[in-house]
Design a protein around this ligand. Structure first.
Ligand code: SF4
Ligand code: SF4
Length: 364
């Protein structure tokens, strides 16, 4: 009846992302998962096409067919965070020719690049949305953005700027909370502005299903070096982390993630970062390698004067996880530490490979 037998998947992992998830970039391009993982295969652009057409566009259907037939030809499985479901739900297997009738369960939206920090791996200076773009975005809330969330269970914000520093994002979060009382929220933030007052004012304090804070350090010195932030901002971040940790322990927040991008100037704090994340009660502790993100700014040039287009030499100097970096071996020694056996730790493939090699060399 469905064209694909359930039995086919009994022993193989199955990726349900293209049936349940979309990520929307500041350019308006829509992807089923991380833009890099799916090799830049956008399924459409919200500024050109209504979202309900994008969801079943030709590219969307082709990607779904490749998941259903098991060839995954659009996917870069070497870097993808692949979230396998061993038994796809029966209605997913019923997506004949890749056409899928249900809306996504999760929409992750990065509306712009505005942020209160300027991390050295991300940009050269702070980025602000221009007034013209800000006004245009605000004028599209009812016509373009809110309809995307109809029928959706959970909406995540940011991944490009900071959801609480970005003026447009704050307005959209507040409008979404007011328009869809059953939607749950997920935020990816640097944490500096993720205060109780901020969450309360946006109407999301008791409606979050997940908050991910990018920390990248275990000390204020390294955090300031990474983010170009101030002592006051670090102090606010620590207060907010304590508050988020308490929310999680009280059961008012179902999931809490802390993350770390490995670069040459912070990797020596990895073990202490993991211990800090454990002490804060994080459910997941994510670690991945630095990537030169300069190209992601293409298409929004009016907004990104401070964007970081790193030179090859700068990118190589940061990329401690890539041989022949002089400190690659030291990173392996650190990753050999037993603290990384904690099942809450998610090492992305490029970092896991280094740990596996280091353990093998040590005969562990
Ligand atoms: S397998 Fe990976 S790249 Fe492919 S759709 Fe799933 S998450 Fe994306
Ligand atoms: S990495 Fe995140 S916190 Fe840092 S400048 Fe970029 S968007 Fe802001």
């Amino acid at each position: 009846m469905f064209g694909f037998g359930k039995k086919k998947y009994d022993n193989d992992p199955f990726c349900s992302y293209p049936f349940e998830n979309v990520e929307i970039r500041p350019t308006g391009e829509v992807y089923f998962c991380c833009q890099g993982w799916i090799r830049e295969n956008s399924i459409g652009n919200i500024y050109k096409t209504p979202f309900h057409e994008i969801w079943n566009s030709d590219t969307a259907r082709a990607i779904r067919r490749s998941i259903l037939n098991g060839d995954y030809k659009f996917c870069d499985r070497k870097i993808c965070g692949f979230c396998p479901a061993r038994h796809p739900e029966v209605h997913i297997l019923g997506a004949v020719d890749g056409h899928y009738a249900l809306p996504p369960k999760t929409v992750f939206f990065a509306p712009s690049y505005e942020c209160n920090l300027s991390c050295v791996v991300c940009r050269k200076d702070r980025i602000f949305t221009s007034d013209a773009r800000l006004n245009k975005l605000k004028s599209q809330i009812d016509s373009v953005f809110l309809p995307i969330f109809s029928g959706v269970e959970s909406v995540g914000f940011s991944g490009s700027g900071d959801p609480f520093a970005d003026r447009f994002c704050r307005e959209l979060v507040g409008r979404t909370a007011a328009s869809y009382p059953n939607i749950r929220f997920f935020f990816h933030t640097n944490g500096v502005l993720a205060s109780p007052e901020m969450l309360q004012s946006l109407g999301v304090l008791n409606r979050m299903n997940n908050i991910q804070v990018s920390l990248h350090s275990a000390t204020s010195e390294t955090w300031k070096k990474f983010t170009r932030g101030s002592d006051d901002q670090y102090s606010a971040l620590m207060d907010n982390l304590k508050f988020i940790s308490d929310l999680r322990r009280d059961g008012r927040l179902p999931y809490f993630v802390l993350s770390f991008v490995v670069a040459s100037f912070n990797y020596h704090e990895l073990i202490d970062f993991v211990r800090l994340a454990q002490s804060l009660g994080a459910d997941k502790i994510s670690v991945w390698g630095y990537r030169n993100g300069g190209s992601v700014y293409d298409g929004v040039a009016d907004e990104v004067e401070g964007a970081n287009i790193q030179t090859d030499a700068e990118a190589s100097a940061f990329s401690v996880h890539t041989p022949p970096h002089a400190e690659y071996g030291k990173l392996g020694e650190i990753l050999r530490h037993p603290v990384f056996s904690d099942p809450k730790i998610e090492l992305y493939p490029e970092i896991k490979k280094i740990r596996d090699e280091a353990l093998q060399e040590a005969g562990v």
